[in-house]
Design a protein around this ligand. Structure first.
Ligand code: SF4
Length: 390
């Protein structure tokens, strides 16, 4: 069997399109097409993704040329699956490419997309709905022509932007093939939205969410437990639950707050004007939110910053099971909760069941002893470990 060369020479594949910096965790196997660059708002205190960058629209021609470049790479990997001894198995050929030390990020992205089944595309960057509706429709049609049989094309949108599209425009975009919108709701508490400079209101979140539902989108709302800090925690939970109940999105996804120096919020943490919630406080917030939800949504905890990633399910039927997981954690003795927090951030635990494995549990307990012997504080070490996930 011949090897697919790292530099793409054997397949003739070379880098040919721009990649933006982020995508949602659930789009790990999606082809990434950069429809716009950076964030047109770029003011949220808890966000550092696009700081020191300038937003720009891209021309339809440029986007479509890059879709064609990705399609060309796809075709060549498919061809290589026949000519390089993989018996026409595209996933096998893509896996072989990913297993090599290929530093062409575009090629790796196309290979990952094919390895994942070649079914989904994510349009980057932070707010694709800001494109003129006819331009976005054109791009979506071109994308579906270039990649026939896609089951999912998704993108981020701000609620402020979605609120300014008419229902007819949104339906046109949905009909052209954009299936899911990932929306950073973060909180439904107006005082906190203002404090964090999110640039929207709960009323706008509800109206845009309901409109996206009516247009037929699968709406995925990201919520940020911990965002209210100590001072606004209660309002954050109460109002976020209210807004989610009013929208009833297809997905509710958690991405817990973690503050690093590159975020504007960092200074407020340092000067003491914003007091962070503890890990256990955040778990308590999630408990109260789940208890108050009256929706028929998929509830997901698929971001690595979340502590209890097993709190997932379909509401309302899985609510009691999800609450029982949270209660089991909160009922642990203090030292065991600390053991779980550190073990999760060390990558030793995925779920609380992992704590029953004495080998893992003992390693974490030994790490806690070592931290204390050095005179360090375990919570501080946990925070430093979480910095790696940003
Ligand atoms: S709108 Fe989104 S991408 Fe832009 S600054 Fe706010 S959180 Fe960051």
């Amino acid at each position: 069997m011949r090897r697919m060369e790292d530099n793409g020479e054997a397949t003739g594949i070379t880098c040919g399109f721009e990649l933006g910096p982020i995508r949602p965790p659930s789009e790990a196997y999606s082809l990434l097409i950069r429809a716009t660059r950076n964030c047109p708002w770029n003011k949220c205190l808890f966000c550092h993704c696009y700081k020191d960058t300038q937003f720009s629209l891209r021309s339809v021609e440029d986007i479509e040329r890059e879709i064609d470049a990705a399609s060309d790479m796809r075709n060549r990997i498919v061809e290589a699956s026949h000519t390089l001894g993989y018996g026409g198995n595209v996933q096998l050929a893509a896996a072989a490419l990913l297993g090599q030390s290929c530093d062409d990020a575009c090629l790796r992205n196309v290979a990952l997309f094919l390895y994942g089944g070649g079914q989904s595309v994510f349009l980057q960057d932070s707010n694709t709905l800001i494109m003129r509706t006819p331009d976005l429709v054109h791009v979506l049609r071109h994308l579906n022509d270039a990649f026939p049989g896609l089951s999912r094309v998704t993108s981020y949108s701000r609620s402020h932007t979605a609120a300014h599209k008419t229902l007819e425009e949104l339906k046109l975009i949905r009909d052209a093939g954009l299936v899911r919108i990932h929306m950073g709701l973060e909180t439904g508490y107006d005082a906190l939205l203002e404090y964090m400079q999110k640039g929207t209101t709960s009323e706008q979140q509800i109206s845009s969410g309901q409109k996206l539902n009516a247009a037929g989108f699968s709406l995925s709302e990201y919520v940020m437990p911990g965002l209210g800090g100590k001072a606004m925690a209660q309002g954050h939970v109460r109002e976020t639950t209210r807004v989610l109940n009013a929208i009833n999105p297809a997905f509710i996804r958690l991405r817990s707050l973690h503050v690093v120096p590159t975020m504007p919020l960092w200074e407020r943490v340092q000067d003491g004007s914003f007091e962070l919630q503890s890990e256990d406080d955040v778990v308590g917030e999630i408990r109260d939110m789940v208890a108050g939800l009256e929706v028929t949504s998929q509830f997901k905890s698929d971001h690595i910053l979340n502590l209890l990633m097993e709190v997932e399910g379909t509401l309302p039927q899985d609510k009691d099971r999800m609450l029982a997981i949270i209660d089991e954690y909160l009922a642990l003795p203090d030292e065991e909760r600390l053991n779980f927090q550190l073990g999760r951030r060390m990558g030793l635990y995925d779920s609380m069941a992992n704590m029953a494995e004495s080998g893992r549990h003992d390693r974490v307990a030994a790490a806690i002893r070592g931290i204390r012997e050095r005179g360090d504080d375990v919570e501080t070490v946990v925070r430093r470990l979480k910095d790696r996930f940003i």
